[in-house]
Design a protein around this ligand. Sequence first.
Ligand code: GTP
Ligand code: MG
Length: 296
Amino acid sequence: MSKFGTLVMGPAGAGKSTFCTALIQHLQNNKRPCYYVNLDPAAEDFSFAPDIDIKDLISLSDVMEEMGLGPNGGLIYCFEFLLENLDFLTEPLDLVTEEYLIVFDMPGQIELYTHVPILPKLVQVLMGGSLNIRMCAAYLLESTFIIDRPKFFAGTLSAMSAMMMLEMPHINILSKMDLVKGQIPRRDLKRFIDPDAGLIDDDEARHVEEEKPGTSRNSDPAAVENVMGGSSFHQLNKAVANLIDDFSMVSFLQLDVQSEDSVGAVLSYIDDAIQYHEAQEPREPVEDEADARMED
Ligand SMILES: Nc1nc2c(ncn2[C@@H]2O[C@H](COP(=O)(O)OP(=O)(O)OP(=O)(O)O)[C@@H](O)[C@H]2O)c(=O)[nH]1
Ligand SMILES: [Mg+2]
């Protein structure tokens, strides 16, 4: 028997928990069972009560208080503790059947997705061994990042970092599309959906136009010697953007959580990546109440 799940990841405040709520609601509306796992040891309020909540094992506030750690060190401690107590996760998940989509809501600390090898270990446990969950990572990046192009490419790099570290089916999502729709022409938006390195050149041209004499970031010669600035930054940004563009490594789906269609479209990519529908047994139609009455 297979199991199916999605790991909802991304930077702090990207809209992960809101997406999980919208996804669960959408699954319920479509009569699909869902199993909700909260792995954020700092999360407090939930629209749907989690079936598994890491806070029942360990909470970030307790760790910070008792161990004297800060929020980031505390989070790493919580995940190390989870890895030492995997039964907490594996025992209930073992009972979940193949009709369910298991939704994992992750914390937003970026170090989890960049350089700490905790997530790959967790993913190995979930996808391998007896659990054998078919998983798709859903990496959210806030769409407002597109206003600041170097920041957008930096965010795209963080998505790539997660992709490379986890080596699992992966979709990238631009969340909170309601905040940018109407603010940016559709043609321009396309250049962010499939990131186009030319965005950096256009951005540089815009900066040059806006920069008034004497206000240049390079106008202080001492600063130029010590700090990387102006054209050096541009070259670096351009090289990174070209790398992403040339290898077509990242593209984004658009998400507007208020729209049922938008959530449904993202879900269809997740289903496709984990081959959810292929594994489902044909279901008998539920007996119509009216038919049942007629037979009486
Ligand atoms: N306008 C708009 N706001 C959103 C959307 N999704 C989330 N938000 C808001 O963004 C904030 C953060 O949303 P969360 O869902 O808590 O984000 P998160 O990624 O789970 O945050 P952390 O778990 O703290 O990393 C909240 O104030 C949400 O109301 C969206 O699609 N549109
Ligand atoms: Mg959250």
